[in-house]
Design a protein around this ligand. Sequence first.
Ligand SMILES: *Cc1c(COP(=O)(O)O)cnc(C)c1O
Length: 218
Amino acid sequence: MSNDYINNYKKITNLINSYKKKYNKDIKLVVVSKTQNFKKIVELHKNGQNDFGENYVDEAESKIKQINNQTIKWHFIGKIQSNKIKKISEYFSWIHTIDTEKHIRKIDAFCSQLDKIMNVCIQINIDNEASKGGIHIDNFANLSNIIQQMKNIKLRGIMAIPNPNKSCSSAFAKMKDLYNSCTYLDTLSMGMSKDYLSAIENDANIIRIGKQIFGERK
Ligand SMILES: *Cc1c(COP(=O)(O)O)cnc(C)c1O
């Protein structure tokens, strides 16, 4: 029983591989390891997984230090707090939840000190939910222009978390249209355990999966 997550992981990667063939494109799986013990991350890494997503900076820092493996790429997918940006800049290769100019300028400054380029996605609040982070889709061009002026941030794409109480397909279709209208982007980050197949059908090329691999979080 304790190795269920490895079997679940293998099932998902097989399924993703079949979609890669079907659509003749790359699809990257980010395994969302928030609340999971670092040993599970190490086991999945031994099974070929290099990209992991974390939401909480202090929890991530402790696991990243214990695992101490340079081939693992860490994706920050949580809400950004100003006072954590220094650590986010230090430990992560990707940030999927960019939504303010203030944060962009701080990340660029820290990454300049660290002499690194941060890969980022702008988070779009696609169903306009007050409880969620992300910008209104109409503000995308403005924030995108700001990021493109930064030396140490590379704008890779857009990310969204649809309202779980609505059908995800119209949200994903809007994201797909924006993504395909911006030829300078190469990343459409959307799709979680419950909706990743619909996301892939709408051109997602990074999906972020936790529960489908590890089971319900405690
Ligand atoms: C937790 C989380 C996920 C993973 O969700 P699951 O339902 O566990 O697959 C993906 N993306 C973000 C931004 C998350 O916070």
